[in-house]
Design a protein around this ligand. Structure first.
Ligand SMILES: Cc1cc2nc3c(=O)[nH]c(=O)nc-3n(C[C@H](O)[C@H](O)[C@H](O)COP(=O)(O)OP(=O)(O)OC[C@H]3O[C@@H](n4cnc5c(N)ncnc54)[C@H](O)[C@@H]3O)c2cc1C
Length: 542
């Protein structure tokens, strides 16, 4: 086969060396409308760096060369270490230096002032477009602080090493490092959702507790410390388990194997035995779930942000390709049916992103505003439910826009596709999120949130009927919970778009999602030619 000149090959040029912030008008608007506008230049610098070809290449390498477990050293002694490709370490160093694991806290483990959550979310969203596996330890590290504050002595020890924004990949005790990362171990073989079935035990001993048992999933095993759940004499309790004991010896975390996963391959997820491992207690005995749930609320938020990022990159790839590829003498993007698909995915991607950014605003305001705190509580599981569940089908549709090239590993789409389901599964799977919404939807705390959403979206097509449907479905209980939560996410998305998107986009979302939804497949919504052109121009400049 001879290779024609590039302009005759009818192939799209690589989508790289792009500015992920400057080229994303919906993101810019969402950041500004959620009080982050003053950081525009810093976000643009981040977008330029993360959109560079060498960052995409690092993402590729980190996944093409997955981590390797070393259980024993050359002399047969346990070493329990994991080796990563250098590209993974580069990504970790970049992300940590820019505050992805730290910028929402100060060194005293207190929340950083608004708009810290929104600004970090914007960066996290852009980083997720390039490589998501390495974001797992960063998410856990930043979220762990929310649980550690239950034990001020430990928080005072560890928080400064998180906010130092320094990545140190060496396997040495945490106190010898300027910066550390944290993981978590809750899920056991017999149950991940129902952690009350945890069989790992904790017995007081020495300066802390002796932990014996296993965890069936414990990701990022090269973290310096882990929050784990175990059964103490007073019931299920949260613990902080370091890789090294206070006397400097290696702690007894024995990794059995790494999971062979569908995606998320740059990240290591281990099965681990605790063979009389040392740990400190975090919070009171018997309050393990209450303590660690503070952390989990933040990791759930990150799942939604990352899924919105995956959707954005899939959309950008689809738009970029269809603007270059010609079929039947016309660019793909100009073919009416392809334009309908692209318009529908652009609308969905903007709604998902606007929804997560508005949710981050609630986290920013929660400390001083009970209604925003209640909003964060109610909407976090709803937003995780909808955005994370939407991502796999969305990425698949974007993949199809690239035809055969989209199915081939050289394009980014296969990796995005394999990555997409995990955010819905971990940190509480879909049904568990819906159950959590039911739990949070008590009349006292949730009614002001429903009222606020109805008011913010008032006048948009379908809002009144949607509010009624949500009420009825919530009252019907678990069997209707998925429907209630999906509608709630749509209502919240319409409210979020109202503050960040042009009126026409918000109207269109409400019309096609709340008022008159049509087919379940993307590309079946009733969107006019003029609306399509406006959406696509807004989604990605030519
Ligand atoms: C790549 C990866 C990395 C992970 N890393 C970690 C980690 O670092 N630390 C950690 O602790 N865990 C980790 N996990 C585990 C993850 O959090 C669990 O898999 C998840 O919480 C689900 O638990 P489970 O697998 O035991 O499934 P189950 O709890 O058995 O649930 C199975 C299904 O049943 C549904 N379900 C559960 N209860 C109900 C109900 N009452 N009504 C209706 N449906 C219900 C769930 O939604 C789910 O769809 C990881 C998982 C993956 C895939």
């Amino acid at each position: 086969m001879t290779t024609p000149e590039p302009e005759l090959a009818n192939q799209s040029p690589p989508y790289e060396d792009v500015n992920l912030f400057d080229s994303d008008r919906p993101l810019q608007d969402a950041v500004s409308s959620n009080a982050g506008g003053a950081d525009r230049e810093a976000l643009a610098a981040f977008g330029r760096r993360w959109g560079a070809a060498d960052m995409f290449e690092r993402g590729r390498q980190a996944n093409a060369h997955p981590p390797r477990l070393e259980v024993l050293d050359a002399r047969g002694f346990r070493c329990d270490t994991v080796e990563f490709h250098p590209a993974y370490h580069d990504l970790m160093a970049e992300s940590i230096a820019t505050g992805l694991a730290a910028s929402t806290w100060n060194a005293a483990a207190a929340p950083a002032p608004a708009p810290a959550q929104v600004l970090r979310a914007a960066r996290f969203y852009m980083a997720a477009q390039v490589e998501t596996g390495h974001l797992c330890p960063l998410t856990m590290t930043r979220a762990a602080v929310a649980a550690l504050v239950a034990e001020p002595r430990l928080a005072a020890m560890i928080a400064p090493k998180i906010t130092a924004r320094h990545y140190d990949q060496r396997f040495v005790p945490w106190w010898e490092k300027e910066g550390v990362t944290l993981g978590m171990g809750m899920t056991e073989r017999q149950g991940g959702t129902d952690v009350r079935t945890n069989t790992t035990t904790a017995v007081p001993g020495g300066e802390g507790y002796v932990i014996t048992g296993h965890k069936w999933f414990m990701s990022a095993p090269m973290c310096d410390l882990f929050l784990v759940l175990a059964q103490a004499p007073g019931g299920l309790t949260c613990f902080l388990m370091p890789r090294f004991r206070p006397d400097g010896s290696v702690n007894a975390l024995h990794f059995q194997r790494l999971k062979d996963k569908l995606g998320n391959r740059s990240n290591a997820s281990s099965e681990v035995e605790f063979a009389d491992a040392f740990a400190w207690r975090v919070g009171e005995e018997g309050r393990g779930v209450r303590t660690i749930i503070q952390m989990v609320q933040l990791t759930r938020l990150d799942c939604a942000i990352a899924s919105a990022g995956l959707m954005r990159m899939a959309l950008a790839q689809a738009l970029h390709h269809t603007r270059h590829r010609v079929v039947f003498q016309k660019r793909l993007v100009d073919q009416p049916m392809m334009a309908s698909v692209l318009a529908d995915v652009a609308l969905e991607a903007e709604a998902a992103m606007a929804l997560v950014m508005r949710l981050c605003r609630s986290f920013d305001l929660a400390a001083g505003d009970p209604c925003e705190a209640a909003r964060a509580r109610l909407l976090t599981p709803a937003v995780k439910f909808w955005v994370c569940k939407r991502a796999p089908g969305f990425v698949y549709e974007a993949m199809e826009c690239l035809g055969g090239n989209g199915y081939v590993e050289d394009s980014l789409l296969p990796r995005l596709y394999r990555e997409a389901p995990v955010n819905a599964i971990w940190e509480g799977s879909g049904n568990v999120m819906a159950l959590d919404v039911l739990r949070a939807a008590t009349p006292k705390s949730a009614q002001p949130v429903f009222d606020a959403l109805a008011e913010e979206a008032a006048g948009l097509p379908g809002v009144r009927a949607t509010c009624a449907l949500i009420r009825q479905a919530l009252a019907a209980g678990e069997a209707q919970a998925r429907f209630a939560v999906e509608r709630l996410a749509f209502l919240a998305a319409a409210a979020a778009l109202r503050v960040s998107a042009p009126a026409a986009v918000t109207e269109l979302f409400a019309r096609t999602r709340l008022f008159a939804p049509r087919g379940a497949i993307l590309g079946t919504s009733d969107i006019s030619v003029a609306e399509t052109e406006a959406l696509l121009a807004r989604a990605l400049p030519m």
